[in-house]
Design a protein around this ligand. Structure first.
Ligand code: FE
Length: 224
């Protein structure tokens, strides 16, 4: 891939990024992780991979402003139009579009090329471990979700059966489940090494919040 080509694609990515949980540093981590994972594979088209990684989240702003939109679909279309405008042929622009379309965990599209699988795995690795927790909290802070919810009896809910959004629900419903979702062995191995850190953080939140709540009985004694 030519440097000038990399630079205009990077420039376009930077002009699209606003959301801190999916900011430019996320994009660079995904790009570097994907290149690292690609070292274990044969015949990776690195021009496709680098372009798809750089542009994979360019539809985030649209989704944030209108949650009915899927950032993978919007981003795929934007990337296709951008690349066509810069002289890419139809099939390679579509290849990038398909990688972006299938990178979303909840999109329902399945990665159908090695480059799409590498992008998917690299993007999911950035939801594992300490970084995954930190990004989740940054995002939830922005949309105003709480750390945990209370159950019907007013106690701290651990998140497994929750319906309303919270950090603990997101951990149980998404973060904890991600570890079985990888396509490449190298990504799976890396994710496993990070899993314990995430679990300890979640368990710590629950444990400490429950400790804090013990004082609730004292309030009932003090306020009559
Ligand atoms: Fe992403």
């Amino acid at each position: 891939m030519k440097k000038e080509q990399y630079l205009y694609i990077e420039q376009y990515m930077l002009s699209c990024m606003q959301d801190s949980a999916h900011d430019r540093e996320h994009v660079y981590r995904v790009l570097y992780l994907a290149l690292e994972l690609a070292e274990q594979e044969q015949e990776v088209d690195r021009e496709i991979l680098i372009t798809a990684c750089l542009l994979h989240d360019i539809g985030r702003t649209e989704q944030f402003e209108n949650p009915a939109l899927c950032h993978a679909e919007v981003g795929g279309k934007k990337a296709y139009a951008f690349l066509r405008k810069h002289g890419w042929d139809e099939s390679r622009a579509h290849w990038v579009e398909n990688c972006i379309l299938s990178h979303r965990y909840r999109s329902g599209y399945v990665p159908d090329s090695l480059e799409a699988k590498l992008l998917f795995d690299a993007d999911k690795l950035d939801v594992t471990g300490a970084i995954g927790i930190a990004r989740t909290l940054l995002y939830q802070g922005k949309v105003g979700d709480p750390l945990y919810s209370l159950n019907d009896t007013g106690e701290i809910s651990e998140g497994t059966l929750d319906r309303v959004p919270s950090f603990c629900k997101e951990y149980c419903w998404k973060l904890e489940k991600i570890y079985d979702e990888f396509y490449t062995e190298a990504a799976r191995r890396m994710a496993r090494q990070r899993q314990q850190t995430a679990r300890e953080f979640y368990e710590g939140v629950i444990r400490e919040a429950k400790e804090d709540y013990r004082g609730k009985k004292l309030l009932q004694k003090s306020v009559k």
